[in-house]
Write a protein that binds this ligand. Structure first.
Ligand SMILES: *Cc1c(COP(=O)(O)O)cnc(C)c1O
Length: 218
């Protein structure tokens, strides 16, 4: 457990996959963690974090950035359209572009500010009715719509179904990204990031294995 241990395991996974050290970005998922744990990881030198809730992130990161300097913060939770403006002001990347209305909103915000956070399209690889994400069969059309709006997603993101072997989902996401010329792959969490790295993840999202268990489930 802890940042050092996860960093070592990540380097071993990169080596095992024949990938260069540092080719995978470790996003430390700090949602609902007590501030002292987040500060400890910042003090250890880590500068890339992930958050699930716009409001929580907005209450935490402006101050932490004042104190610690530039920190990349990635939005990895569902994004409501009415929070999109706050989100583009706050986040360096959004991993949960999952529907046309959000694409339209992000496109108009990007136009107005002349810049856009890095974007990942969330794909519902398990085709679960309750889960966000573009269905695999709709991805091509959705990417076309994004490009027509001048948005250029750089990769794909998935959250495989609970309790299933994640390997086939990671493999599927990697194949879809390659098919569409996208280089980013946001996949893998505390329990399965090594498998994700083996399947080509460029961004892993690790929370509890770095910070410890969250005090309430989300
Ligand atoms: C919370 C969360 C994570 C981190 O989960 P852990 O199991 O604590 O590593 C990763 N990705 C998403 C989308 C999450 O919501």
């Amino acid at each position: 457990m802890g940042l050092l241990d996860i960093t070592e395991r990540l380097h071993a996974a990169e080596r095992a996959a024949g990938r260069a050290q540092g080719s995978v970005t470790l996003i430390a998922v700090s949602k609902v963690q007590p501030l002292d744990r987040v500060e400890a990881v910042l003090e250890a030198g880590h500068r890339i974090f992930g958050e699930n809730y716009v409001q929580e992130a907005a209450g935490k990161w402006p101050d932490l950035r004042d104190r610690f300097g530039p920190v990349a913060v990635h939005m990895i939770g569902p994004l409501q359209t009415n929070k999109a403006k706050l989100a583009v002001d706050l986040f360096d990347a959004i991993h949960t572009l999952d529907r046309p209305s959000l694409a339209q909103k992000l496109a108009s915000l990007a136009q107005a500010r002349g810049a856009c956070p890095q974007l990942f399209v969330q794909v519902n690889t398990g085709e679960e009715p309750q889960k966000a994400g573009v269905l695999p069969g709709d991805l091509e059309g959705f990417l076309k719509d994004c490009r027509a709006l001048d948005l250029s997603p750089s990769g794909l993101m998935c959250i495989p179904p609970e309790g299933e072997d994640t390997g086939p989902h990671f493999a599927m996401l990697a194949r879809m990204a390659a098919d569409h010329g996208l280089t980013g792959l946001s996949m893998g969490m505390s329990g399965d990031f090594e498998a994700a790295v083996a399947h080509g993840a460029t961004h892993i999202r690790v929370g509890s294995a770095i910070f410890g268990a969250r005090s309430y489930p989300v």
